[in-house]
Design a protein around this ligand. Sequence first.
Ligand code: AHG
Ligand code: MN
Ligand code: MN
Ligand code: MN
Length: 337
Amino acid sequence: MKRKTLTQYLVEQQRKKQAVSAEVRLLIETVSRACKAIGHAVSKGALGGVLGSLESENVQGEVQKKLDVLSNEILLEANEWGGHLAAMASEEMETIHRIPNRYPKGEYLLLFDPLDGSSNIDVNVSIGTIFSVLHAPQHASGRDVDEDDFLQPGVRQVAAGYAVYGPQTMLVLTVGTGVVGFTLDREMGSWVLTDDNITIPEQTAEFAINMSNMRHWEAPVKRYIDDCLAGETGPLGKDYNMRWIASMVADVHRILTRGGIFMYPRDERPAGKAGKLRLMYEANPMSFIVEQAGGAAHDGSRRILDVQPTALHQRIGVILGSREEVERVRRYHQEAL
Ligand code: AHG
Ligand code: MN
Ligand code: MN
Ligand code: MN
């Protein structure tokens, strides 16, 4: 049977569940086209002159990679003319990017991590793009949108997704009606539906964490990892495997595909107090996707999607994946109170 394309999927969502307005459909199609362009640049590597770092630092205090900036520009240019957005925000931009006056404005806000896993760019390991869509109806009139309009809890997301530039280039998406996956057909240049109902196994025996931070972890995290490492004779009674790709998109994609728990917890260092990952364009979109796939996502005490943001680039601890495992870690935090 002929596989569906992204456009056909979105038209059907628009028709049957009203989960997707015409503007959101245009937005997702535009972002997916931009991800194709980013994936194309990524795949050129040294041949495209896109590897390596720039002299510049971003608001996160990270040295920017050429692809961080190029991906950011591709997403800005692709999305500013369509009339579906009031503004955009990105890991790579200190303040929000309003739609230039020469273009019509819409009611939606687009947030993105244009290139996730930057430390893997120069070593040819899977990287990705993460995006999140919020609604700001008061801006249809074009009233100047400001940063506060972006500070909405993750439960208010209209859509979220990521592209992963790996052996296959894939797009994973939710509009609040479950999670679907598309594989890029390079010959046709189209996103083809290859997973029409992605669900995360409730149980797992595979954890993902950067072990080099162990001495900084809070007690409940240490307790959980010790339990995993204790193997069959330990309290969890299972032999655990470990994976850490250091591209959140790739680690989360593995978990959506075969289960697992991903942890980038806050830690006891001053710089790690709030966690490393950014709430608005990493934790929130990934948590929306994970919950829609039947998983769970919290920061040790709070459900991530319930957190009321106070700053555009705020960081948060992230524990997400197979529901039973994530609940266990949450219980360990509660028992430590
Ligand atoms: P980004 O490249 O967008 O800055 O994000 C990198 C993040 C995330 O993708 C990954 O899970 C984490 O950083 C890896 O951190 P470590 O290098 O400390 O393991
Ligand atoms: Mn990232
Ligand atoms: Mn990034
Ligand atoms: Mn970065």
